[in-house]
Design a protein around this ligand. Structure first.
Ligand SMILES: [Zn+2]
Length: 599
């Protein structure tokens, strides 16, 4: 949807940006700025517009009242332990799985370099696993293994490269909220071993520097008993058959991957495949691994994957792992997990199009661009959730605002009352509605603010700039501010770093005036809390452009926009004819609560 606006400024030096593109400074007194809007046309296809309205309109925003004293919010960020000054470049995981004993034996090679002088080489590995031997640059070295870390006494100069080998084994345990780690389970009597490491489960089954910002390439050489097939990241380079019937599956991930995205799934999988054709004609395999008893089920829904990749490639830029593959492997878990190039999907989610699409969107948001810290997890989950919305919009013509409202209870104190920026990095999934659904609302509101063309251009540039690396919330804010043409600090303050939402009360009235009519739109913000502002001259209320849909007796409609940045504000328009109804934010661009019975 393209937006076209022509604004003729007859006020006091107001520019287009001041009228619509960016918030004005609060004046603290009656707003005297008059803006003449000529032929305001928003081209909204869902509204009946049998004739173009050709009227001259005057919009007047008038603010009054004083701020009540209310609670303000501050981010209480809890950070995880700083990672060691190491940059890991490559991992080789050589694991042998013993499903009957729920046990593994492993040899993991870690190649990296020191980013600063250090005598503390620290690798994350839970203490319930037993380390047999550590080699540094080929020679056995003394080590300690306590508090879930393997420590090697070695002095590394800044920039010095090293190769560390850790030989270990044991029965993996699960950790955390989901929980995460390596699962030993069964389906129809056959064992299945699978992993889900987000956010911090990787060290429960393999040694690594478990920091989402330290991406590396990885080889996975997984040895399994007869009858097992292993699905993993990257390309399957080889399957080595041993004399005793055991097999080693050799998968290689050549794109940088975060430790939490490295995964394996092993059982008596059956496979089927599809082909994704990129926009440049490149054909890429889609590989699916499912339990034999669920093949029919998976074959019904998995073809939507191809469509999801096609839609997202158009919107976000080409599929980021085109030289490898995309795939899905069934695993014993309730949901799904976007492991890079090989999503793991739970048996109960095989028929969920939203889930399949969500994990596909993560290949861009989460995997290609990975959150720098767990505080930034909404850059992964909010964007993947909005991917579900975008897919339904592009494929089936669904209304994005309506889809998002279906996932919201409309209450300031309701499900989405939390903070999008995850305050506790040690438990980033402690408020899933805020991170996923409110996060998706934030993306939707950025789209509203920037308009279609600038929003998707900004999104693609954000993807391009941080591809195969990491981005923080500040990085996203910087890119979108560039495309917006002004700082978006006020937007991120109120929607990302603060909990809650605005509570609006809206009323309108129309009176004859001269040859036409004067329409008064009164908008009040009734929330009791104050939006925290770094810049104290910015009002502690929600700053947003707002839309009013005017409907006329002949069935036509018109949309007026105004900039709301005061707790009490009145907007005035001169019209040729009176509307029979006026709706506030009818298309659902803003996350809000609207008080009923006020208009
Ligand atoms: Zn997700």
């Amino acid at each position: 949807m393209g937006m076209r606006e022509r604004v003729l400024d007859v006020g006091r030096g107001a520019s287009l940006k001041r009228a619509w593109g960016a918030p004005r400074r609060p004046s603290g007194r009656a707003e005297l700025l008059f803006i003449l809007l000529i032929g305001l046309s928003l081209g909204i296809p869902t509204l009946p517009r049998r004739e173009a309205l050709r009227v001259f309109e005057i919009e007047k925003g008038r603010a009054w009242g004083r701020e009540p004293s209310g609670p303000t919010f501050q981010i209480r960020a809890r950070r995880i332990v700083e990672p060691p000054p190491l940059d890991i470049e490559h991992y080789v995981l050589q694991l042998t799985l013993f499903p009957g004993e729920r046990r593994l034996e492993g040899r993991v090679t870690i190649r990296g370099r020191a980013t600063a002088p250090t005598d503390d080489v620290r690798i994350d590995l839970v203490a319930t696993l037993t380390v047999a031997r550590v080699l540094l640059d080929g020679a056995p070295v003394p080590f300690t293994h306590a508090e879930d870390r393997v420590r090697v006494s070695a002095s590394l100069a800044a920039g010095q490269t090293f190769t560390l080998v850790i030989e270990y084994g044991g029965q993996p345990t699960l950790v955390g909220r989901f929980p995460s780690g390596m699962f030993f389970s069964h389906h129809s009597g056959f064992p299945v071993i699978a992993t889900l490491s987000q956010p911090d489960g990787a060290p429960t089954w393999w040694p690594c520097v478990d920091d989402p910002a330290d991406k590396a390439t990885a080889d996975l050489e997984i040895t399994v008993p007869p009858g097992y097939v292993v699905a993993s990241n990257g390309l399957l380079e080889d399957v080595r058959l041993h004399p005793d019937g055991w097999r080693t599956y050799v998968w290689r991930e050549r794109y940088p991957i975060a430790t939490y995205l490295i995964s394996i799934a092993a059982t008596n999988f059956v496979e089927f495949s599809d082909i994704y054709v990129a926009r440049d004609g490149t054909a890429m395999p889609l590989l699916y691994f499912v339990y034999p008893e669920h093949l029919d089920r998976a074959q019904r829904t998995f073809p939507v994957t191809r469509e999801a990749l096609r839609v997202f490639a158009e919107l976000f830029g080409e599929y980021p792992f085109l030289a490898e593959k995309y795939g899905m492997a069934e695993f014993p878990w309730g949901g799904a997990m976007e492991h890079q190039t090989m999503t793991s999907i739970g048996s109960s989610a095989l028929l969920s199009v939203d889930t399949i699409v969500h994990e596909a969107a993560h290949q861009w948001w989460g995997n290609m661009v990975t959150p720098r810290t767990w505080h930034d997890i909404w850059l992964s989950e909010g964007f993947a959730t909005y991917g579900e919305i975008l897919f339904r919009e592009r494929m089936y013509g669904a209304d994005p605002g309506q889809l998002l409202r279906q996932r919201d209870d409309g209450l300031a104190s309701g499900r989405l009352g939390g903070t999008v920026y995850a305050e506790d990095a040690t438990d980033p999934f402690d408020d899933i509605p805020a991170i996923y659904t409110k996060g998706a609302w934030v993306v939707h509101m950025l789209r509203y603010l920037l308009g279609e063309d600038r929003f998707f251009a900004a999104l693609r540039e954000y993807g391009r700039r941080f591809a195969y690396a990491n981005a923080s919330t500040e990085d996203l804010q910087r890119v979108f501010s560039e495309f917006y043409g002004a700082s978006l600090e006020w937007f991120f303050e109120q929607w990302v770093y603060a909990p809650m939402r605005p509570i609006y009360a809206f009323s309108w009235s129309v009176q004859p005036e001269g040859a036409g009519y004067r329409l008064r739109l009164r908008l009040e913000q009734r929330q009791t809390h104050l939006v925290p502002r770094r810049d104290p001259t910015r009002p502690p209320v929600y700053i947003m452009p707002v839309e009013f849909t005017l409907r006329y007796a002949d069935g036509t409609a018109d949309v007026k926009r105004a900039w709301n940045q005061a707790r009490h504000e009145e907007f005035t328009f001169l019209l040729e004819r009176p509307p029979v109804s006026v709706a506030f934010d009818e298309r659902g661009w803003i996350l809000k609560e609207v008080l009923k019975g006020e208009s």
